[in-house]
Design a protein around this ligand. Structure first.
Ligand code: HEC
Ligand code: HEC
Length: 297
């Protein structure tokens, strides 16, 4: 018996070590109590099962059959007239009570909905997330932005944000010459929420298009072309943008990134889907901060 108990304890420790080895990463004391509870429950289940098995193995080895046999037997195999084991009886009665509870209070008649519960918990979690990150600093935003970016944006924009060889916008630069020429010639009205009126086509023509595209794609450095006056009415004297009128041409400020993520964008490269409702306000700000940090100004 002694060696069996020792064997059982070794088995419990080995099973717990195995569990920790496989799932130890998610075991973060205090941070997520659900994982901690799961681990505790695991310990309890493993210990109780091992000890129960040991008890019965031991009983099978040592117990002698006793009691009164019923009259019938089948090919010499008989049955004792033992009373119903009380544990079994309790579980039987308990399951009847549980069935009544389940039927009348639980799922079928009480309209409990797992999806509804999921939605409620998601909303609660999101509120907590926003509350927790209310005063998040720039470094925090950048780190959050990086994880959002790697999951949601990198499949198109590339892990480095450089647009995967022209498959999506190169976010390490503000905008390419080709894109500026396309917008001047064709206009654009993608971001209706942020800039309702949009940009009309043909705000410049002839040689001005080339000059303006070089200037804007070059980061608005050097001498300002005279033709920029037509652009400044909406984009501002120095291309810094105007709220609700036109985006900044200098940088990815929050207004521009929020606008793109809300409505998506179709341009000369291709189409970017809307992320409306898929990212929280803080996550959008974080994405903008991250894009600026990789050089998108
Ligand atoms: C009537 C106001 C208005 C004028 C004038 C105007 N724009 Fe725009 N521009 C906008 C708006 C609004 C957008 C955003 C378009 C959208 O929602 O897709 C925009 C977008 C752009 C973009 C794309 C920014 C991006 O990252 O998507 C560039 C580049 C641009 N304008 C350059 C110019 C230049 C160069 C001129 C001058 C020839 C000019 N714009 C004149 C309103 C204007
Ligand atoms: C399905 C592919 C795809 C995904 C996913 C995607 N984008 Fe884009 N994105 C594009 C394409 C294509 C463009 C260029 C559109 C154009 O101008 O032709 C673009 C353009 C942009 C621009 C520049 C727009 C401008 O006018 O200057 C920003 C900023 C941007 N994406 C941010 C993001 C962020 C942040 C995410 C993740 C939350 C993301 N994108 C996810 C395809 C994608």
């Amino acid at each position: 018996m002694k060696s069996m108990v020792i064997g059982g304890i070794i088995l419990i420790v080995a099973l717990m070590a195995g569990t920790y080895f496989v799932a130890g990463d998610s075991f973060s004391l205090g941070e997520d109590y659900i994982n901690d509870l799961t681990m505790l429950a695991g310990l309890a289940i493993i210990s109780i099962s091992t000890m129960t098995v040991l008890k019965y193995v031991n009983q099978m080895k040592n117990d002698k059959a006793s009691g009164e046999l019923v009259e019938e037997n089948w090919d010499g195999i008989g049955e004792y007239t033992n009373p119903i084991p009380s544990g079994w009886g309790l579980i039987f009665l308990g399951s009847i009570v549980w069935m009544l509870w389940y039927f009348f209070v639980g799922y079928p008649t009480n309209q409990f909905s797992q999806i509804g519960q999921y939605n409620e918990e998601t909303l609660e979690y999101q509120a907590k997330f926003e509350e927790k990150n209310k005063n998040i600093d720039v470094a925090g935003l950048r780190a959050m932005g990086e994880s959002v970016f790697l999951v949601q944006c990198a499949p198109c924009h590339g892990v480095l944000g450089d647009g995967s060889n022209g498959k999506a916008h190169d976010l390490t630069k503000r905008i390419s010459k080709e894109q500026v020429i396309d917008i001047i010639n064709n206009g654009a009205n993608n971001m209706k929420t942020a800039f309702p009126a949009g940009m009309p086509a043909g705000m410049a023509s002839g040689a001005d298009v080339e000059t303006l595209a070089t200037y804007v794609a070059g980061g608005l450095k050097g001498e300002k072309p005279a033709a920029f006056a037509a652009c400044a009415t909406c984009h501002g004297e120095n291309g810094e943008g105007m709220a609700m009128v036109a985006p900044s041409l200098k940088d990815y400020n929050d207004e521009l990134v929020t606008g793109i993520l809300k409505d998506g964008k179709k341009g000369v490269i291709g189409a970017m889907p809307s992320f409306d409702g898929r990212l929280s306000e803080t996550q959008v700000k974080a994405a903008a901060e991250y894009i600026r940090s990789i050089g998108g100004r």
